[in-house]
Design a protein around this ligand. Structure first.
Ligand SMILES: [Fe+2]
Ligand SMILES: [Fe+2]
Length: 282
């Protein structure tokens, strides 16, 4: 089910396990992917969101003011890594689809997306916000695992693998900090479940639509954009997700902060997986 170990990182350690400039860009095989519209929108959207990390890092840093370990890790490790994901994906998109004006599409995306990012989106307690962060990293690590396993272009496979490993590393740090805060703040399991549920409900929010719309308008300036196109994209993505998403691992990561008894966790995981699969059929 899972090939990741759950041991916690001992402390914050500098690590740049890969850098964008050192990727083997000459091994890129554009012919394997350039005609795939779904992949174009998937990668362009991911690059927009990743590269915008600094927009909400500041909110997060302020939420943990006074906790220098968390603040330093967010500023010195987490944010640069998320930005690097965006930079790598941006360069990949520009190399495979050189006619696409990435900067112009991103400008449109940023203007609309920035209005949605504010401190009010953070959870009330620090413990709950750590739970929300674990949930986000569960989503991103699963997403890049799926991308790695689904794509056939070798360089993208490698990039997706590197990013996926980073996202799992982020999960481990957020989980470690969650445990520390949960001990201090005595937040109930019910409150943790609420934070998880809030994030799960937000999975289908408008971020994806905004990213898709601005990528579409620049890629197809002669075509009118209508939400039906996005729906079609989502349906295609859902069918890839049904086949390649690491459901069991994602369910395990989602439930972990609840610290359920082993027997309860054992029957909860298939239940969560069935729920996610049902959701994708809608
Ligand atoms: Fe990322
Ligand atoms: Fe991450």
């Amino acid at each position: 089910m899972s090939n990741i170990s759950w041991h916690l990182p001992p402390s914050v350690q500098p690590h740049a396990s890969w850098v964008v400039d050192d990727l083997p860009w000459d091994e890129l095989e554009p012919a394997r992917i350039a005609s795939d519209e779904t992949m174009f929108f998937l990668l362009a959207s991911a690059s927009f969101v990743e590269i915008t990390t600094d927009l909400y890092t500041q909110n997060l840093v302020e939420h943990y003011a006074g906790d220098s370990e968390v603040v330093n890790w967010l500023s010195d490790h987490w944010q640069p890594e998320e930005l690097q994901h965006g930079v790598a994906l941006k360069r990949y998109v520009q190399k495979v689809w050189p006619d696409f004006d990435w900067d112009r599409a991103y400008q449109g995306f940023f203007a609309e997306y920035a209005k949605l990012c504010n401190a009010e989106q953070l959870e009330v307690t620090r413990t709950q916000e750590m739970v929300a962060r674990c949930m986000v990293e569960t989503g991103t690590s699963s997403y890049y695992t799926m991308l790695r396993d689904f794509c056939t272009e070798p360089l993208l496979k490698r990039i997706a693998h590197y990013i996926r490993n980073d996202e799992i590393g982020h999960y481990k740090y957020f989980y470690r900090y969650f445990r520390q805060y949960a001990e201090r703040e005595h937040v109930s399991r019910w409150a943790i479940l609420q934070a998880l549920w809030t994030r799960i409900r937000e999975i289908d929010t408008e971020d994806g639509l905004i990213a898709y719309k601005h990528a579409f308008q620049v890629r197809h300036p002669d075509l009118p954009f209508d939400p039906g196109r996005y729906e079609q994209f989502r349906r295609t993505l859902n069918s890839i997700t049904r086949a390649y998403f690491p459901f069991a691992l994602a369910a395990r990561m989602t439930l972990k902060p609840l610290n359920l008894p082993t027997s309860v966790e054992r029957w909860s995981i298939p239940l969560v997986v069935s729920g996610a699969r049902y959701f994708l059929k809608q």
